[in-house]
Design a protein around this ligand. Structure first.
Ligand code: SF4
Length: 417
């Protein structure tokens, strides 16, 4: 511990700076006030930051010329206000309140401690804040192999129904059980993903009866070819719940004149938005101007993703992050945390996870949430759990995306450090 009592001059690290030491070899310092960062691979700098962050030093070290001289990165950190000097006349030490994340309920610990921490976390259902319920599927047609392949890639990257060989539906009982269990969670909005192919209307009509018994807000998600049928059923049933509709279009959609359709549905009081799933430039057509574009990884459209989607150095340099954002990036995946997906088969996945956690026909959501907290299939997958682990930008970059977690081969960025 560096703590002589006679010191009057101290080296201080600013408490508005987030520190990430990467494998003890480099350090990323993000100044949350200036919203700028610096990266250093200077071993003198890394050593200085490590010592400043030792609990006994609490962000303040006795000044010594030797600790800070002859290092361009340390000089730069002083010039940028990341470090500064402070004189204390009475020989005491400065109080520097460094930001520390509260790790009392951190689950990244040994298995024994994890069980103990899980026990002390209380009601785990409070962590469940959303659910995507895929009610049913579309039927595969051997003639439409390309479309089915494209749409099955889109499924789960975005909330659109899958294509299966045989018809599979979530039973009304399973739906009711799910909604009952959600009542004790933090979930306010339930995403319902539905196909209204022939013969599915009666099933969905009964689903609406079940949904109307609960007080959630619903977002109905369907492909554009089903929007007419969906809206007619909602109107015919007089479905009065709090809901909105998102209709997805893609290169296989058959809907013309989207703006007119959207206006007509809104005239009837149906809150509808259209979104377009895009995989390359040919999907940018005039008629879809102004519609949200949702990129999809098809397995062979890296050039497109590189041009329009993936992070660039400029994106990272322009990031505007708070201390909370950085702590969040360090500990959990803000894109998936708290959300479960239930497929027509009843399989339950944490949002964007590859491995199922159980099945709604035999498991209850409480134990599923607990299992996710224990096994971490997606909610707490940060960039440290991926091959970004050694990159200095691992806490600056946005959370690991759906296409990165679902498809390990998907590209992730234009930079790698
Ligand atoms: S390698 Fe990962 S952390 Fe680094 S810039 Fe790319 S996406 Fe971000």
């Amino acid at each position: 511990m560096d703590m002589p009592t006679t010191n009057t001059r101290w080296i201080i690290i600013s408490p508005s700076v987030y520190v990430d030491i990467i494998n003890e070899r480099k350090v990323m310092l993000y100044d949350t006030q200036a919203q700028t960062y610096m990266i250093s691979e200077s071993q003198k700098m890394v050593g200085l930051v490590q010592r400043l962050y030792e609990p006994a030093n609490m962000g303040a070290l006795p000044y010594s010329e030797d600790a800070i001289c002859n290092d361009a990165d340390i000089t730069q950190a002083f010039n940028r206000g990341i470090f500064f000097l402070k004189d204390i006349s009475d020989g005491g030490r400065p109080i520097n309140l460094l930001p520390y994340i509260n790790l009392q309920t951190d689950l990244d610990c040994t298995n024994d401690e994890k069980e103990e921490r899980l026990r002390t976390m209380g009601n785990k259902m409070r962590f469940l804040s959303g659910v995507h319920i895929y009610l049913n599927c579309k039927l595969r047609d051997s003639q439409q192999h390309t479309m089915v392949a494209f749409r099955n890639r889109s499924h789960r990257q975005h909330p659109v129904p899958p294509y299966y060989l045989t018809n599979v539906r979530l039973s009304h009982q399973a739906l009711a059980i799910t909604l009952n269990q959600l009542k004790v969670s933090s979930t306010a909005v339930v995403n319902i993903i539905v196909s209204l192919d022939k013969n599915e209307q009666a099933y969905f009509s009964d689903v609406l009866d079940t949904l109307s018994l609960y007080n959630f807000k619903y977002v109905f998600n369907c492909y554009d070819e089903d929007i007419k049928c969906l809206s007619e059923l909602l109107l015919a049933k007089g479905f009065t719940g709090d809901y909105s509709i998102t209709s997805y279009i893609d290169r296989y959609s058959r809907t013309d004149n989207l703006n007119a359709i959207c206006a007509s549905l809104q005239d009837q009081g149906l809150p509808v938005v259209f979104k377009k799933i895009v995989a390359d430039e040919s999907d940018f057509v005039d008629e879809t101007d102004g519609i949200d574009m949702l990129p999809v990884w098809t397995g062979n459209n890296e050039t497109f993703l590189r041009r329009y989607v993936l992070m660039t150095q400029e994106d990272i340099d322009n990031s505007r992050l708070t201390m909370e954002d950085l702590f969040r990036h360090m500990k959990l995946n803000a894109s998936s945390f708290g959300v479960m997906e239930i497929l027509p088969t009843g399989s339950i996945y944490a949002l964007n996870a590859k491995v199922p956690l159980g099945n709604i026909y035999i498991d209850d959501l409480y134990h599923i949430v607990e299992k996710e907290l224990r096994e971490n299939t997606s909610w707490r997958i940060t960039r440290k759990e991926t091959d970004c682990d050694e990159c200095a930008y691992r806490t600056i970059c946005p959370p690991v995306s759906a296409f990165e977690t679902l498809y390990k081969t998907a590209p992730k960025c234009l930079i790698k450090r």
